[in-house]
Design a protein around this ligand. Structure first.
Ligand SMILES: O=C(O)CNC(=O)[C@H](CS)NC(=O)CCC(=O)C(=O)O
Length: 273
């Protein structure tokens, strides 16, 4: 594992993929100029809108997203995560919610289809039924040893509420947990930072959490606060509520130091569970 700069991009994605791709490129460009080696885009970076429109666009959008990630990674020479885009399945009436991690040379390093779907009625009157149009992925997310960086584990958004997924990633050697999201404003204000810090602390791992922010369409508001968190749980960078990025150093010696000082991973009692 080397030392490098990681960027968690924050966007207000809309129903217009053209605008969204341009906004994403602007933030990738800025992050690369600031020296970022690893850049994460949030869930729904290319489209944030009504389900019916998402399904209409899905087959075209999935291809465009994969191509966009390859083009951007090469153009800006960064390792790039597309934190979630619709990939059509079957006759195209349903999708997977897919993340892809691409190397600087455009090579696909890892792919993950979200396994926990957000089917929740919130007290603010908003109802979410991700499973109405999305199929759950059937495989645990991968950990990939990114050449020149570190071992990166993937996940998406609502996954953050399932600590066993991150235990799996850390068991597979992850140093850094990617948690790209489009967290609701309502849940985000109480849960977002707490959950992310918990995942960092309990796994003594870096957390990179790109985010959606602001109003997208209708009543859909996202919480923002893209974060980079260190293995002690300290928030190293917070993108606030405007489009931008949280950028901070990932430091190998520091992770080793934290893991020596707080050896909780070594104190697990798997035999009792
Ligand atoms: O709606 C779309 O356009 C695409 N999908 C999403 O934004 C996903 C599923 S609805 N959002 C979440 O998982 C939010 C989780 C969350 O906010 C929490 O766990 O509190």
């Amino acid at each position: 594992m080397n030392d490098f700069l990681a960027a968690a991009v924050q966007l207000t994605s809309s129903q217009d993929p053209e605008i969204n791709f341009n906004a994403a490129e602007e933030q990738i460009d800025l992050a690369a100029r600031r020296g970022a080696d690893l850049v994460g885009l949030p869930e729904n970076f290319a489209f944030m809108g009504e389900d019916s429109r998402r399904l209409e666009l899905a087959s075209d959008l999935a291809e465009r997203c994969s191509r966009f990630l390859v083009t951007m990674a090469r153009r800006y020479q960064v390792v790039l995560l597309g934190g979630g885009f619709p990939a059509p399945v079957g006759d195209g009436s349903r999708t997977l919610n897919r993340a892809e991690l691409v190397d600087r040379d455009g090579q696909l390093l890892a792919r993950y289809d979200k396994i926990h779907l957000f089917d929740v009625d919130l007290p603010d009157g908003n109802t979410y039924r991700e499973s109405a149009t999305v199929n759950a992925g059937q495989e645990l997310p991968p950990v990939v040893d990114v050449p020149g960086l570190c071992k990166v584990g993937l996940s998406i958004c609502y996954d953050v509420r399932f600590p066993e997924l991150y235990r799996h990633l850390v068991g597979a050697g992850a140093d850094l947990l990617m948690i790209p999201a489009a967290f609701t404003a309502f849940t985000g204000k109480d849960h977002w930072q707490v959950l992310l810090q918990a995942r960092a602390i309990e796994n003594t791992a870096y957390v990179l959490a790109p985010a959606q922010t602001g109003q997208h369409y209708g009543r859909r508001h996202s919480h923002g606060h893209a974060l980079v968190i260190d293995p002690w749980g300290t928030v190293l960078a917070d993108a606030g509520v405007l489009p931008g990025a949280a950028i901070a150093p990932v430091n190998t010696a520091h992770q080793g130091h934290v893991r020596d000082q707080m050896p909780s991973l070594r104190h697990r009692r798997p035999a009792l569970f």
